[in-house]
Write a protein that binds this ligand. Structure first.
Ligand code: SF4
Length: 212
């Protein structure tokens, strides 16, 4: 039997076109979420962003947009979808994970290869305030980490049932995804000011997500 290459080629092109249309549709809804802070078809948008992460970023860049929209929108959607599960976990079973860039340049804390930076609450940065608030509420622990690889170590050692994180969009996106795979609900607060040192976070938003 002769292989119908022509037909196969047409089917292949049609499938690619359909996939592209679906991705663009997902990105249009993601853009509405990003710009208007109004979520529509959030499950579908999250599926597109997770499944077509690289192509989605390339398409946005191609049209001159901010490709960080992918992570920002995905984090916003996950925050909404996981809020009830996160809130249902007792404070003592939750942990807080903060980025080391939130520290002051004059931070005197020492580093542990297992638990990250050991904040001594010197009051030079917002880590101190967030840590105090977490202790006040009864959170299991607050960690200050130097990179995403710490998350796996902390999770396997301390076995939290929920995680609140403060991070840049990239770290927050991959961190939440990692936690979701392990069935751990999370909430993320995106940094107000990013960079390698002395970044900033909105304390009101952190406390709000923490549970006040
Ligand atoms: S409050 Fe903690 S993290 Fe911030 S500078 Fe002081 S010791 Fe370092």
């Amino acid at each position: 039997m002769e292989i119908p290459y022509d037909l196969l080629g047409r089917i292949f092109v049609a499938v690619i076109v359909i996939i592209l249309i679906v991705i663009v549709l997902g990105l249009i809804f993601a853009y509405i979420t990003y710009k208007r802070k109004r979520m529509i078809f959030s499950g579908f948008v999250l599926f597109i962003l997770d499944s077509f992460y690289i192509p989605a970023k390339r398409i946005i860049s191609f049209f001159g947009g901010n490709d960080r929209m992918v992570e920002i929108v995905a984090v916003e959607i996950r925050n909404v979808l996981m809020k009830d599960d996160f809130d249902s976990v007792k404070y003592e079973d939750r942990i807080v994970i903060l980025p080391q860039c939130l520290r002051s340049l004059e931070c005197p804390a020492k580093m542990s290869s297992f638990d990250g930076i050991k904040c001594i609450e010197c009051n030079r940065c917002k880590v101190c305030e967030i840590k105090k608030k977490a202790n006040e509420l009864g959170y299991g622990k607050t960690f200050v980490i130097t990179g995403g690889s710490f998350i796996k170590r902390i999770i396997s050692k301390h076995k939290p049932k929920a995680v609140l994180g403060v991070a840049c969009p990239y770290e927050a996106y991959w961190g939440m995804l990692e936690l979701e795979k392990k069935g751990i609900p999370s909430q993320a607060v995106l940094l107000l000011k990013e960079g390698c040192v002395e970044t900033d976070a909105d304390l009101d938003e952190v406390y709000e997500r923490m549970g006040k």
